[in-house]
Design a protein around this ligand. Structure first.
Ligand code: THU
Length: 132
């Protein structure tokens, strides 16, 4: 299924990217997760002098949605440095998967936009159903 409102979601992700705190990597990322009703919940990466405590934009966006009472996530849009690709990291794929293993994914990549699904990015995944 095509990612509904992908342009608006990427525009919002770009706006969140401007809030990134990435003084160590200079790799600013913004992300929005999209609720079933189309609501956007945004996040940006936040680094730390103790490097391992860094949080990625995608996880910040998921935590924003969940803390806002929303778990019905249908898509994620990710905006990274324009000259690079910003596919979600493995940790973020797993965190996104918790709420929808089939969600639509769009990310910027060298001036283009890649549209895919979480199922493709994280096949044969482990999730909450496996604990039931
Ligand atoms: N980063 C994200 O925010 N999302 C990703 O999917 C990849 C990496 C951040 C983490 C770190 O602050 C910087 O980008 C470089 O890895």
């Amino acid at each position: 299924m095509p990612f509904k409102d992908v342009d608006a979601a990427l525009t919002a992700a770009h706006a969140y990217r401007a809030q990134a705190y990435a003084p160590y990597s200079n790799f600013a990322v913004g992300a929005v997760v999209v609720g079933e009703d189309g609501t956007f919940f945004g996040g940006a990466n936040v680094e730390n002098a103790s490097y391992g405590l860094t949080i990625c934009a995608e996880r910040a966006a998921v935590f924003h949605a969940v803390a806002s009472g929303r778990r019905d996530l249908r898509a994620v849009a990710i905006a990274g440095p324009p000259e690079r690709a910003s596919a979600p990291c493995g940790a973020c794929r797993q965190v996104l998967r918790e709420f929808n293993p089939g969600m639509d994914v769009a990310y910027t990549a060298s001036g283009a936009v890649v549209q895919t699904t979480l199922e493709r990015l994280l096949p044969d995944s482990f999730g909450p159903e496996d604990l039931r």
